[in-house]
Design a protein around this ligand. Structure first.
Ligand code: UT7
Length: 322
């Protein structure tokens, strides 16, 4: 049977940095509040690139870290909620920018869990032996859909992209992977789309922004993370204690601390870069995995856990031998 292996990773964050002090000038907030409630100090925000540009930079780095080139790719999947266009998708723009062949390329929307969903789909595609080399990317420019007069959301969100190149392997590297959704909580975290039309009239539309019931999402997150990691541990028969590292969605440092406490995992095993990244949505997990790899915190053959949650509600995770 064919299994899936991570061949390489890459990430990209814009150089333009917004500090807590910058935000305190536009909304009623402070560095002390943001730092103590979220762990965020700085967040990258692009001013002159679009989502496919960020995805392209991350994908180039991921490909450079492997011995395959863009022409070897059989499939591209991009997880995003902030595409350059509603159509075409970011995946097709990325296909052109990379000079990939005429292969399938598509976007998926599972909010901040999108990258785990992409990994789950790609893993099954490789196992089916229909595809060998798959590029998966999480890319978002949340600053495009952030209301900078809403202090409940604007202090959290950021822009970035992370990528992973996957290939076939005889050994089972993805020890367990599971994704979940629960569609009865849509208004906890959502953004309006096009209004319905009555009698063919075209009403003027106010620009839509992300809206969030922060404390309810917080409660969901501190339940979803332990739930997922325990399930993965059960399926893979790998104890959480035996994981080298846990790379969680970087939404709030307090969420990560709560989850670690309830799972009795020491904090030095919880990868954390939120202080300088903010919440980059679908890009958060692949950026963090790439940073763990680049900093040698995650080495070849070590087994790590990853977990994410987001709008939908969606959540999921994986236990992987890198
Ligand atoms: O990517 C996945 C989706 N997102 C998340 O995972 C986010 C999950 N939620 C959170 O991270 C937290 O709920 C927040 C960081 C959004 C908010 O923190 P909190 O500790 O849950 O605060 P809260 O919403 O309960 O609000 C506490 C107080 C309120 O004031 P009052 O009513 O007590 O007077 C808020 O108005 O904090 C106020 N507040 C702020 N104050 C200063 C909310 N945002 C801010 C702010 N600066 N930026």
């Amino acid at each position: 049977m064919t299994h899936t292996k991570i061949l390489g990773t890459g990430s990209y964050m814009p150089n333009h940095i917004i500090t807590n002090q910058d935000l305190a000038k536009i909304v009623d907030t402070s560095d002390a509040w943001i730092t103590s409630r979220t762990g965020i100090k700085n967040r990258p925000m692009t001013i002159d690139e679009n989502t496919s540009d960020l995805a392209y930079q991350a994908a180039l780095k991921a490909l450079e870290s492997t011995d395959i080139s863009a022409e070897d790719l059989d499939l591209i999947i991009v997880a995003t909620i902030t595409g350059d266009y509603v159509l075409p998708g970011v995946a097709q723009l990325l296909q052109r920018k990379l000079g990939a062949r005429m292969i399938p390329a598509f976007d998926i929307n599972a909010a901040c869990s999108g990258f785990i969903y992409a990994l789950d789909i790609a893993d099954k595609m490789i196992q089916s032996e229909a595809y060998r080399h798959i590029l998966i990317v999480g890319a978002d420019i949340l600053s495009k859909i952030t209301d900078f007069s809403d202090r409940n959301t604007c202090v959290l969100f950021a822009d970035g992209a992370g990528a992973m190149v996957l290939g076939p392997s005889k050994e089972k590297h993805i020890k367990a992977i599971q994704t979940f959704s629960k569609g009865d909580q849509e208004l906890l975290l959502y953004m309006d789309s096009y209004p319905l039309k009555k009698n063919f009239e075209t009403p003027p539309q106010a620009r839509p922004f992300v809206k969030m019931q922060g404390s309810d999402v917080f409660k969901f997150a501190v339940w979803a993370m332990p739930y997922t990691l325990n399930k993965l541990s059960e399926t893979s028969q790998i104890a959480l204690d035996d994981l080298e590292l846990i790379v969680a969605h970087q939404a709030n440092e307090r969420i990560i601390r709560y989850a670690a406490k309830s799972l009795k995992i020491p904090m030095d095993k919880m990868f954390m870069n939120i202080g300088k990244t903010g919440n980059t949505s679908a890009a958060s997990v692949p950026i963090a995995i790439d940073e763990a790899v680049q900093s040698n915190r995650l080495k070849r053959n070590q087994v790590f856990g990853t977990v994410a949650f987001g709008g939908g509600l969606t959540w999921g995770g994986a236990i992987i031998k890198y």
